[in-house]
Design a protein around this ligand. Structure first.
Ligand SMILES: [Zn+2]
Length: 318
C-alpha cells in the first residue's frame, strides 16, 4: 500500500461515460460508471427524480435526457438520503416538492452543513460548477416510514426499509413494474461508502429489498441491474462487502488492536476480492473508521467535518 495516497479522491479527475437506460414505460436510469446515479420515474401527469446529482449545473444534463423522452413536468424530487453528492443539484429541477424521510430531514438539520463542506473537499470532480449550489437542499414533504404517491394511475411507494448506508435510507418502488431505486443501500462494481452507516443493520435491510422481488434495480452507483439475476448479484456483492468489512474490523477491535492496525489488516484482507471496485481506496479509510466506531463505543455515526476527514486520513494513510 502506498503511503502517499492523495487525500480521498482529490486525484480522481477523469470524467465518466454517462448512460441513460429505459427500464420500463415508467422508469429510466441515469448512470455513470460508478459515479452517483439518478433515477427517473415518468407517471401519467408528472416526472419524479430520485437523487439529483451534486450541483444544479450537473443536473442540467439529467434534465436534457429527461426532455428527450417526455415533456411532462418534473414535479417531485426524492432524496434517497442526505449526502451532498446526491442532493445539492435539486434546485435545477424546479420541482413542486422535495421528499425525504424524517430521519434524512433530521440528518440535514444536524449535519448537512458539515457534510457539504467535507464531501466537496473529498471529491472535487463530483461537484462540477460547485458555485451553482445555492445552499442545502431542504425537503418540503417529510414522511415517516412509508408514503404512497399516485402519479395518475402509476403507484409509487417511497419507503424506509431499515438502516444501512445511513439511518434515513429511502427506496422508491414501482410495484406494478417491479422496479426498485435503492440509493446507496446497493452498489454494483462500486465500493459501498459506509462512513455514516449502521453496519450491523445493513444486511437485514438488504433482505427487505430482496423480499420485494425486484426484477430490475437502479443502485446508488454502477450500472442499472436489468434482470433478477443481476439484481441478486448487486445485493450479494453489497452484502459480502458490508459483512466482511465489518466482521474483520469487529474482530480486530475485540482483540484490542488499534484503528491503524485494524485498517491495514482489513485493507489487505478485502483488497483481493473488492479492490477492483471503483473508489475502493477512497472509501476504505472512512469505512473502517466507522466500523471501528460501531464495534466499540459509537452506536451512531459521528459527524464528519473537513478537519476530521484530514486528521483521519493522516492517521491511517500518512
Ligand atoms: Zn451516500
Amino acid at each position: 500500500m502506498s503511503t502517499e495516497k492523495k487525500f480521498a479522491s482529490q486525484a480522481d479527475l477523469a470524467d465518466k461515460k454517462i448512460s441513460f437506460d429505459k427500464l420500463s414505460e415508467h422508469a429510466y436510469a441515469y448512470t455513470a460508471e460508478g459515479d452517483p446515479n439518478t433515477g427517473i420515474v415518468v407517471g401519467d401527469n408528472a416526472v419524479m427524480v430520485i437523487d439529483t446529482q451534486a450541483t444544479p449545473v450537473m443536473a442540467q444534463d439529467v434534465i436534457r435526457r429527461i426532455r428527450e423522452v417526455t415533456d411532462k413536468p418534473i414535479r417531485y424530487v426524492v432524496l434517497s438520503h442526505y449526502h451532498a453528492v446526491r442532493v445539492l443539484g435539486a434546485s435545477a429541477y424546479g420541482a413542486d416538492h422535495v421528499i425525504s424521510s424524517r430521519d434524512t430531514y433530521e440528518l440535514i438539520r444536524e449535519r448537512g452543513e458539515q457534510d457539504m463542506k467535507s464531501e466537496i473537499e473529498r471529491f472535487p470532480r463530483l461537484f462540477r460548477a460547485v458555485e451553482s449550489v445555492p445552499g442545502l437542499t431542504w425537503p418540503t414533504i417529510v414522511f415517516d416510514r412509508r408514503m404512497t404517491l399516485m402519479l395518475g394511475k402509476l403507484r409509487v411507494e417511497i419507503m424506509q426499509l431499515g438502516r444501512g448506508h445511513t439511518k434515513g435510507d429511502t427506496v422508491v418502488w414501482l410495484p406494478d413494474d417491479r422496479i426498485l431505486f435503492s440509493g446507496d443501500l446497493v452498489e454494483f462494481d462500486a465500493t459501498p461508502y459506509t462512513g455514516d452507516a449502521y453496519l450491523a443493520d445493513w444486511p437485514a435491510t438488504l433482505d427487505a429489498i430482496a423480499a420485494l422481488k425486484p426484477e430490475k434495480l437502479v443502485p446508488g452507483r454502477g450500472a442499472a441491474l436489468t434482470s433478477p439475476a443481476r439484481v441478486k448479484a448487486g445485493l450479494d456483492g453489497t452484502r459480502a462487502f458490508v459483512t466482511e468489512m465489518y466482521g474483520a474490523v469487529r474482530e480486530g477491535a475485540r482483540a484490542g488492536k488499534d484503528l491503524r492496525t485494524v485498517y491495514r489488516e482489513t485493507y489487505e484482507r478485502l483488497k483481493p476480492r473488492f479492490g477492483h471496485w471503483v473508489i475502493f481506496d477512497h472509501c476504505l479509510p472512512f469505512d473502517v473508521t466507522r466500523a471501528y466506531d460501531e464495534a466499540t463505543r459509537y452506536p451512531d455515526p459521528r459527524i464528519w467535518t473537513a478537519q476530521r476527514d484530514k486528521e483521519m486520513w493522516q492517521a491511517l494513510e500518512g
